[in-house]
Design a protein around this ligand. Structure first.
Ligand SMILES: [Zn+2]
Length: 94
């Protein structure tokens, strides 16, 4: 149907915090910054571990954040890291 990135609920999981793709990706920056409380942090991590659709996004965000971090802490980013980020950016916009 649509490609909005959300799973239809399958009803097989009950209790706990089950995040869908949208919710997980919305929290990815806070997750990477360690700003979520323990429950939310775990919920995001669990989702990313088992969701094949989100994982590439997560990997991309993390790589990008590493890159930004690198720029912030040192004046020069490691060339290899920059190349990888640019590669992924290109792949992402294709
Ligand atoms: Zn997902």
């Amino acid at each position: 149907m649509s490609e909005s990135g959300t799973h239809p609920p399958d009803g097989s999981q009950s209790g706990g915090q089950e995040l869908n793709c949208e919710e997980s990706l919305a929290r990815v920056y806070e997750y990477l910054d360690g700003e979520l409380d323990t429950g939310e942090h775990d919920a995001v991590r669990l989702h990313l571990e088992k969701c094949r659709r989100c994982y590439p996004h997560f990997d991309f965000e993390r790589l990008f954040l590493d890159y930004v971090h690198e720029l912030g802490s040192e004046q020069e980013a490691r060339p290899g890291l920059k190349d990888r980020v640019l590669e992924m950016l290109e792949a992402e916009t294709r």
